[in-house]
Design a protein around this ligand. Structure first.
Ligand code: F6P
Length: 356
């Protein structure tokens, strides 16, 4: 067998651990060759691949990013390098020319959507869910999320001591796109007093009320706000539009918007920190290394069984798989009846709304 592997979309901690696990599991099977595809789907379009042997995946477990490189715009069904033209026929021809029996696609919802389209053209694919946002459908955890939560938690720990010293409101903006998973988990872990997530548009007067109440009692307030959060009746804060990207909108800056709105309503200074891509870089946590290794191993097993066009997922503590079609292009938000929201409210954390 010859199996290709690629990492698509934004990077995240744990990608190398998946590549390593897929390669090591498959190379053990007699006669299986593993081919690394460079820069996600761009490598398939531009014909850039290289063989992966045991040496090439040695010592990469703890390394952030991806040894294969990635690309967040490359799409064979609308290639930016050809004015948005559909080059999927040539791409599929290249896959056949390479003699690939399957491709393991490690990516988020955008990559899964492309993988699904390639599968419809007869290319056997196995998907592996990657994103710090934890917003992929049908899986409880994507690798990278735990690392991002750990980084945000550490930042909150640090903001807490400086916030307390100065008696300030400290706002920390997290990534997460349209889902509040990172802010919710890290906010709880970092002892945030207010957690603002996209799923629950916040009331500015309620946020200000909690800050003023804390000003009187504790003198400082810690706020975790997801980049996709917005006030009731308000808009998302868009940082930029990248027109040739499959997903043109980049969020960011709501932490600064909140600071400007909040400052006149409270009696102390307000400061904002936007963590940005720090949340995506560096070594994965042990949890993410184990999860990524399990995903890579499970993906290799699906390939070996000829069980294609499926995505490996985590359900509870079990690694399972679901049809690619169920995951492609779909996202998963924090449900409003999620137990962590109840935990937040019952332990006195505000979400800038009345508890549901
Ligand atoms: O999906 C992962 C993510 O890091 C989001 O949390 C964030 O909104 C986006 O990617 C940033 O994208 P880029 O790396 O293109 O700026």
């Amino acid at each position: 067998m010859r199996v290709g592997i690629l990492t698509g979309g934004g990077d995240c901690p744990g990608l190398n651990a998946v590549i390593r696990a897929v390669a090591r599991s498959l190379i053990q099977l007699d006669g299986t060759e593993v081919i690394g595809i460079e820069q996600g789907f761009l490598g398939l379009i531009e014909r850039r691949v290289r063989p992966l042997d045991l040496d090439s995946v040695a010592d990469i477990m703890a390394t952030g990013g991806t040894i294969l490189g990635t690309h967040n715009k490359a799409n064979p069904f609308g290639y930016f390098g050809a004015g948005g033209a559909d080059v999927s026929e040539a791409t599929c021809a290249y896959v056949r020319e390479l003699g690939l029996d399957a491709i393991v696609v490690i990516g988020g919802d955008g990559s899964m959507a492309i993988a699904h389209q390639l599968a419809a053209r007869g290319i056997p694919v196995v998907g592996c869910p990657k994103t710090i946002d934890n917003d992929l459908a049908h899986t409880d955890r994507s690798f990278g999320f735990d690392t991002a939560v750990a980084i945000v938690t550490e930042a909150l720990d640090r903001l807490q001591t400086t916030g307390r010293s100065h008696g300030r409101v400290m706002i920390l903006e997290t990534m997460g796109r349209y889902a509040g998973w990172i802010a919710l988990h890290a906010g709880l872990a970092g002892g945030a007093d207010i957690i603002l997530i996209p799923e629950l548009p916040y009331r500015l007067d309620e946020v200000a009320r909690v800050c003023r109440e804390r000003e009187a009692r504790e003198h400082y307030t810690l706020i975790a706000i997801a980049e996709g959060a917005r006030p009731e009746g308000g808009q998302l804060t868009v940082k930029e539009r990248i027109e040739d990207s499959p997903e043109p909108i980049r969020l960011g800056g709501v932490g600064n918007v909140l600071r400007t709105q909040l400052e006149p309503l409270v009696g102390c200074e307000v400061r904002t920190t936007i963590l940005g891509h720090v949340q995506r870089g560096g070594p994965p946590t042990p949890f993410d290394r184990v999860l990524a290794t399990q995903y890579g191993h499970a993906a290799a097993q699906l390939v070996a069984q000829g069980n294609f066009n499926r995505v490996v997922v985590l359900r509870g503590t079990q690694i399972e798989s679901v049809p690619l079609a169920d995951v492609a292009g779909r996202t998963r938000n924090v449900p409003l009846d999620h137990p962590l929201l109840r935990t937040a409210w019952d332990t006195g954390v505000s979400t800038g709304t009345a508890p549901l």
